[in-house]
Ligand binder design. Structure first.
Ligand SMILES: [Zn+2]
Length: 366
């Protein structure tokens, strides 16, 4: 355990996952006895396994903790392990003062082989069960999307026909579905997925999911207004994913030899609504494509990512990787012509005309 004081005087305890006494899963949080105040009465430490950050409920303790292995970059930053990088960055009022320098070395956590500690097995088990539950609920979530006026109105607003969404495996996880789960543990586990459109993903080894919240959305609201609404503190995250996640596509072996790769799940649905076949379009659902994800029979790839800086960077990186694998690569960045920031928005605003740059590039691929 290492204690850090930020410049504002905020105290943070950095722990290794191995220092968590008897961790247990409670809903989407990991609960453990607090090693800071040393209680063994209750698991007063509550940690978000996704971010590694947590705090102690005990009124006399209220420790703020970071689990180093679950958020290595934050731990590195707080521990000042990369001082050259730190100097180049603008002054950060939260940047820690020099107390880390006298703290015991944290590098031994990294040099030791990863031990299968109780905490990480809890985390792994939680992630597996989450995927398993979502998989089991797929048919029910599809029915719910079909019968939900909210879900249908949302798809309509994004100009995606219900049939296209259903054919791609999209469903809706309603609070009613969660309430009907027999075990309290299952209900807690899926709570963060409530009120979300659920998209099945293909990872290399298994099936993953990504969920888009509809919380706060009302018919007539476009996705940009909804996005703004969700940016207020305390609102649900717009998208959440399982771990592993994967790409939104057909199973990898069913993909066509020539592909269009887009960023968003709704971009893929828009292209399919415009008549492209399911086996021709892959959505990254992010901007990363694991090097070994694309099967060998895919020979030609059209990268059609967003036109912003992230999209341009990802296009350059993916082009180099795919060419390195001996595949032909074309690019079609989304034009910055004010007709929509992504393919779904262009489809919604202008129909086929909005997709024309992509369709032209795709024809040239053959
Ligand atoms: Zn405590």
């Amino acid at each position: 355990m290492i204690t850090i004081f930020t410049r504002r005087g905020k105290r943070i305890e950095i722990l290794s996952e191995r220092e968590l006494p008897r961790p247990r899963l409670a809903g989407s949080r990991v609960r453990a006895f607090c090693p800071i105040h040393g209680s063994d009465h209750q698991r007063s430490l509550s940690i978000d396994p996704a971010s590694g950050w947590g705090y102690c409920f005990n009124a006399a303790c209220q420790a703020r903790v970071l689990i180093a292995e679950w958020n290595p970059s934050a731990a590195h930053h707080l521990l000042g392990t990369d001082s050259s990088l730190r100097r180049e960055q603008p002054a950060d009022p939260e940047e820690p003062t020099a107390s880390w320098a006298t703290a015991p070395s944290y590098t031994h956590w990294r040099s030791q082989p990863a031990t299968r500690s109780r905490a990480s097995s809890v985390l792994r088990h939680w992630q597996e069960e989450e995927r398993r539950l979502l998989r089991a609920l797929e048919p029910i979530m599809q029915e719910a999307l079909q019968s939900s006026s909210l879900g249908r109105a949302y798809l309509y607003q994004r100009a995606i026909p219900l049939e296209t969404a259903l054919a791609s495996g999209v469903g809706l996880l309603t609070p009613a579905i969660i309430a009907r789960l027999p075990r309290a543990r299952q209900r807690r586990l899926l709570q963060r997925w409530s009120e979300r459109l659920i998209f099945p993903l293909q990872s290399e080894s298994t099936k993953g999911y990504i969920g888009r919240t509809l919380a706060g959305w009302q018919p007539g609201m476009d996705e940009n207004e909804h996005k703004q609404l969700l940016e207020y503190p305390g609102r649900p995250q717009r998208w959440i994913k399982t771990n592993p996640a994967g790409c939104f596509s057909l199973p990898r072996k069913e993909l066509a030899p020539q592909l269009i790769v887009v960023e968003g799940t709704f971009d893929r649905l828009a292209l399919m609504a415009a008549g492209l076949r399911a086996e021709e379009v892959v959505a990254l659902a992010g901007t990363a494509l694991p090097l070994s994800w694309l099967p060998a029979h895919v020979r030609r790839v059209l990268l059609a990512l967003d036109g912003d800086e992230g999209g341009r960077e990802a296009t350059a990186r993916l082009s180099a990787q795919l060419r390195g694998q001996g595949r032909a690569v074309s690019r079609c960045l989304i034009p910055l012509d004010g007709q929509g920031k992504d393919w779904n928005e262009r489809w919604r605003l202008s129909g086929r005309a909005g997709l024309q740059p992509l369709l032209n590039s795709y024809r040239c691929l053959y």
